[in-house]
Design a protein around this ligand. Structure first.
Ligand code: DX5
Ligand code: ZN
Length: 220
């Protein structure tokens, strides 16, 4: 959305799990827009994180938009639990959903915004038929599973292509980019068409997270 500052979504994955409350306060005070919750199951991705109980604890302790990224196989089994836990947005992986249209309708029927994520090796063209039904697309710019990985440069072209696609099909839809976002590459990602940037390491591990957030949002 041209003219608006880029949204920043700190990823709780890089926060201090022994003190989530302070991490949420830090994000709010830094001007964060969403809080990104990375759910991993050890099957779709090689790592395990947390489930609805932790998302509920996060939702109860923040006024930020709770943005839940499900990196789990067969996510339909758990979508309702994550919406009930307080997720405002639920994003599933295209690679994990054989009946993606049904899954998206299900998320929306529960009153949450619906997103689809694609891995670095998945082309944006697979989203063509579902694009009109989406609130957001989360482009993975690293292979999902871990924080702190290096940004995959071919993701820039995917942002630009998706930006073109949405112009005709769904201009309201947001493009979010997840993985390896830094203060250095944020401006290029926004210029390519990203509306929201997920930042784990670049936010929570920054010497000055508030300054990092302003930079990533394009305000400094
Ligand atoms: C990766 C997760 C990301 C991760 C980003 O599988 O989906 O959201 O937390 O971490 P950074 O910003 O450190 O790459
Ligand atoms: Zn994520």
């Amino acid at each position: 959305m041209p003219g608006k500052s880029t949204l920043i979504a700190p990823s709780i994955l890089s926060a201090d799990f022994s003190d989530l409350k302070s991490s949420l306060e830090l994000a709010e005070k830094a001007g964060a827009d969403w809080i990104h919750c990375d759910v991993m199951d050890g099957a779709f991705v090689p790592n395990i994180t947390f489930g609805p109980i932790v998302v509920q604890a996060i939702a109860k302790n923040t006024s930020l938009v709770v943005d839940t990224h499900l990196m789990i196989a067969d996510p339909d089994r758990y979508i309702e639990d994550f919406v009930k836990a307080g997720s405002h947005q639920v994003t599933v992986h295209q690679e994990a959903c054989p009946h993606l249209h049904r899954t998206i309708q299900f998320i929306r029927s529960l009153g949450a915004k619906a997103g689809v994520s694609i891995n670095p090796a998945t082309p944006v063209s697979v989203l063509e038929s579902i694009l009109p039904d989406l609130d957001l697309v989360l482009l993975m710019s690293v292979n999902p599973g871990f924080g702190g990985q290096k940004f995959i440069p071919s993701s820039i072209d995917k942002i630009a292509r998706l930006d073109q696609m949405r112009r005709n099909m769904n201009p309201q839809m947001l493009i979010a980019v997840d993985g390896g976002v830094t203060e250095e590459n944020a401006a290029e990602l926004s210029a390519a068409g990203a509306d929201a940037l997920i930042a784990g390491t670049a936010f929570f591990r920054a010497a000055d997270p508030a300054a990092a957030a302003r930079k990533i949002k394009g305000l400094a």
